[in-house]
Design a protein around this ligand. Structure first.
Ligand SMILES: CSCCC(=O)C(=O)COP(=O)(O)O
Ligand SMILES: [Mg+2]
Length: 239
């Protein structure tokens, strides 16, 4: 079945939607886990590292936590797959350097890049809203197996600049930043809680259900659903 939408912009979740959760967990998570220690001890003066470290101490309610304790908290969150903002900030620093060095190449499901190119060609604006930090998102799109996809994407939003993904206010923040009416925005995600929040903010939604992804069995509730991006047609009326 084809889903048809007349919208001005599409906002994309990454993990589970454009890209495989398995790739993130099996490739990116170990890459960051093995580098947290060096980042925390050797670059504690870097303002972004210092700020994220302070946020970790606040979240674990241990203001005096040393680098080893902070590293343990990060690794515990990785084990739980808890998408805490400072974890994502520090991962973003490590991953973006890994992508720039050529250690990492991102992953996109095969239906995604052709669809993004086709939607972009119709004049629909593409944005990303992911728990992965903006730095990570930028590197992810820049270092795809099909080359630099960043020119397709206009705006990047994360839990730092927009807020938690399961809160309707975050979607209000993004709509205001884009200067677009909520009902002209379409959010694609694999997580029902995120889709519910976007819909509560007045957005259009599609739940993307891909076999093998963590939310596949649970489903996406009563949101329109697609198995691939091929099943979604985006048009943009100019009137
Ligand atoms: C390039 S972002 C890497 C994936 C990641 O760390 C993440 O948390 C993605 O979560 P999403 O909100 O895109 O499901
Ligand atoms: Mg997701």
């Amino acid at each position: 079945m084809t889903l048809r939408f007349d919208v001005d912009a599409v906002v994309l979740d990454i993990e589970g939607t454009t890209s495989a959760t398995g790739f993130v967990v099996d490739v990116l998570y170990p890459y960051s886990r093995s580098r947290f220690g060096a980042l925390l001890s050797e670059r504690s003066g870097d303002p972004a590292v210092a700020r994220a470290t302070a946020q970790v101490r606040e979240l674990i309610a241990e203001p005096d936590a040393d680098a080893a304790r902070v590293e343990k908290a990060l690794n515990d969150w990785l084990d739980e797959d808890r998408k805490a903002t400072p974890l994502k900030t520090l991962q973003g620093i490590i991953w973006s350097e890994g992508f720039a060095r050529g250690d990492l190449v991102s992953h996109f499901y095969e239906d995604v890049v052709p669809a993004l190119r086709a939607w972009h060609a119709t004049g629909v604006r593409l944005h990303v809203y992911s728990s992965g930090s903006v730095a990570a998102q930028r590197a992810w799109f820049r270092s795809s197996p099909e080359g630099d996809l960043l020119p397709l994407v206009e705006g990047l939003y994360d839990t730092e600049n927009a807020g938690p993904k399961q809160e309707p206010t975050s979607y209000g923040t993004i709509a205001a930043a884009l200067g677009t009416a909520p009902d002209r925005l379409l959010f694609l995600s694999d997580r029902p809680g995120e889709l519910d929040a976007a819909r509560a903010a007045g957005w259009r939604t599609v739940g993307v259900r891909r076999p093998g992804e963590p939310y596949y069995e649970q489903g996406v509730g009563d949101h329109p659903q697609a198995g691939t991006f091929d099943e979604i047609t985006i048009a943009r009326s100019t009137t």
